[in-house]
Design a protein around this ligand. Structure first.
Ligand code: FAD
Length: 585
């Protein structure tokens, strides 16, 4: 089932309308549709264009949350890590993490060790049903020499050694989110991107649906639904305004930035992710990704409107300063002009509201101001006691735990009276088990992806695609690589690469597939979330044009419109870079 739009279905009644197509909303749609609910999802921008595209690219338990005693969040996340890794092994990759321990480390080395041990214990079932290649090894202590040999740029001064433990990488979060969206569509959900929810349809104190406006055509719709779930992440409270629903919790927005740079210290052979803490207590994660380093995150409370989000030169300086503080004196320091690109997102964190009895506690208010220690758990609000029945909101959470949040949400929904005569199937009776279902495109559940990837590289040989491109396609699309190959078979011109730069393997057929099967409606949808070229650093004007030339005719654009849209997209991307790039002296 594709993500093609059928706006005629919007006039039919739904059991559930989901607001927001980030990982939370997509997982809710998947879970609800899988359990038989007629589900529609409305996303203002593109699927996964919000916070869900700006993560640290980790499917992880969140080892540092142990310090704040968020044991439940860590346990749930580790359980979900296993489910995601077994369900999408072509897009979730195991990684060794190295946590250096210096004599001055805080927490001290012994406590770090206890944390690593506890982390492993909380993931006690990580290897259940896992093939050998996906098994998470036990953590271990690395000697000083071993740490320096694995990560030569680490500061040796006072280094005692380090802990090695394993977590997993969300290699292309945008592609994995789309795979979940396709799974939801395959189970009957209707998903609409570029469709902004503008208000609520009410019948007294009960919400009966939403009003929405197509951002590209300007056409408005009334969508009736027995229940509405607001999964708008950092926009959660803004979406609620027209409903009149108040919550007892407020949203704390925390800005998080990452940098994409050449390999730190020039050490391109490093394969481990480094989780290091500086003397001032800041932490930095340096992940080797696509032959570059992905470094971050920042964590700063954000007072502005979430639409005004942008990385700044100060964010860049903060990350560079933190990583440089962990480097050997003779290692080449990272500078602002090393930065290839930035990503920026907002953590929608939950804090007790001043109106809430808990909120009067000075300790909790202090915690509220501290985005670093705020809970990463999710909360579900039922707005019926605020005069908006059949409306729920989901706050907080992590990418990793989106599925668990969705299960809890759909359970709540089914236990309520909102759906009336709709099928009320508990998870165990519906026959649908999202914890065991492979995601759309996965080669198989709980199987090593490598043999499938090798096969893909062999069978595409006659298409004139080089092996690196074939491997790229199999990794991104899983079983759907067949569809890309079919497109190339029918139209050999679609084998053309979008870019001739090294390390860029996207081809024109992905543009066609992105529009026909994956609901892309703008050049940014294609560049940033269907192809991967937009995530690898600045896209050249001629590369944008190459994509526009393939996409334009499919969207009914004439030559002049193709030129205009390509230029506009180039300008938009340049403007985004200007927010963080240092002004030349
Ligand atoms: C810097 C950073 C690093 C992180 N790293 C990790 C990590 O490594 N691992 C991990 O598990 N988690 C991580 N997280 C947390 C994780 O990314 C978020 O918890 C998660 O992506 C939130 O998803 P969401 O769907 O709730 O929000 P979003 O992805 O923001 O989705 C909300 C959607 O609602 C849409 N929307 C808003 N208003 C409307 C409207 N009126 N109508 C329709 N749609 C609307 C928005 O366009 C948006 O797409 C990180 C977060 C940040 C910021």
């Amino acid at each position: 089932m594709t993500l093609a739009r059928d706006v005629t279905c919007l006039s039919e009644p739904f059991d559930l309308a989901v607001i927001g197509g980030g990982i939370t909303g997509i997982q809710v749609a998947r879970e609800a549709a899988g359990r038989g609910l007629r589900t529609v999802l409305l996303e203002r921008n593109d699927f996964g264009a919000g916070t869900s595209a700006a993560t640290s690219k980790l499917i992880h338990g969140g080892i540092r949350y142990l310090e704040n005693r968020q044991f439940q969040v860590v346990r749930e996340s580790l359980r979900e890590r296993r489910i995601l890794a077994l369900g999408a092994p072509h897009l979730v990759e195991q990684r060794r993490f190295v946590m250096p321990a210096w004599r001055w480390s805080t927490p001290p080395t012994a406590l770090l060790g206890a944390g690593v041990g506890l982390y492993s214990l909380l993931g006690f079932d990580s290897n259940r049903s896992a093939p050998d290649s996906l098994r998470i090894p036990l953590p271990r202590w690395l000697s000083r020499r071993q740490v320096l040999s694995a990560v030569p740029w680490i500061d040796p001064d006072g280094l005692q050694g380090g802990f090695a433990y394993h977590d997993t990488l969300n290699v292309h979060p945008e592609r994995l989110l789309l795979a979940y969206a396709r799974s939801a569509a395959a189970d009957g959900a209707q998903l609409f991107n570029h469709m902004e929810v503008t208000g609520f349809i009410r019948d007294g104190s009960t919400v009966r649906g939403v009003t929405a406006r197509d951002g590209l055509t300007g056409i408005s719709y009334e969508v009736s639904a027995a229940a509405v779930v607001n999964a708008a992440g950092p926009w959660l409270d803004l979406v609620l305004r027209p409903s009149g629903a108040a919550t007892k919790m407020s949203l704390l927005r925390s800005k998080g930035v990452h940098l994409l740079t050449p390999p730190v210290g020039g050490h391109s052979q490093v394969t481990d992710t480094v989780f290091a803490r500086t003397r001032n207590g800041r932490h930095v994660i340096v992940t080797p990704w696509q032959h570059m380093s992905f470094i971050g995150p920042t964590d700063t409370a954000m007072a502005q409107h979430p639409d005004d989000l942008a990385a700044s030169p100060e964010d860049v300086e903060q990350i560079l300063g933190t990583v440089n503080d962990t480097m050997a004196p003779n290692a080449r320091r990272m500078r602002a002009d090393d930065v290839i690109d930035t990503t920026v997102g907002i953590r929608p964190l939950l804090v007790p509201d001043a109106g809430d009895p808990e909120g009067d506690d000075p300790d909790s208010q202090e915690a509220a101001a501290d985005t670093y220690t705020a809970s990463r758990g999710h909360e579900i609000y039922d707005h019926s006691s605020h005069g908006a029945g059949n409306l729920w909101s989901i706050g907080g959470g992590k990418w990793t735990t989106g599925r668990a949040t969705a299960v809890a949400m759909v359970d709540r929904l089914l236990a309520s009276s909102a759906l009336g005569a709709a099928p009320q199937l508990p998870m165990s009776d519906s026959g649908f088990r999202s914890d065991r279902a492979p995601v759309w495109g996965a080669f198989d559940w709980a199987k090593d992806a490598e043999p499938f990837l090798r096969e893909a590289v062999q069978i595409g040989a006659e298409l004139g695609l080089d092996p690196a491109v074939r491997l790229h396609l199999a990794r991104l699309y899983g079983t759907d690589y067949h569809r890309i190959f079919d497109l190339v078979r029918d139209r050999p011109d679609l084998a053309a690469r979008v870019s001739m730069r090294a390390g860029r393997h996207d081809i024109s057929a992905q543009v066609v597939h992105g529009i026909d099967a994956e609901g892309a409606r703008t050049l940014a949808d294609l560049l940033d979330r269907r192809l991967v070229i937009g995530t690898l650093g600045p896209v050249l004007a001629e590369e944008i044009r190459a994509v526009a030339l393939v996409a334009g005719p499919l969207w009914g654009w004439d030559a002049a419109r193709i030129d205009h849209e390509a230029v506009r997209e180039d300008e938009r991307r340049r403007a985004r870079r200007m927010t963080w790039q240092p002004v030349p002296a």
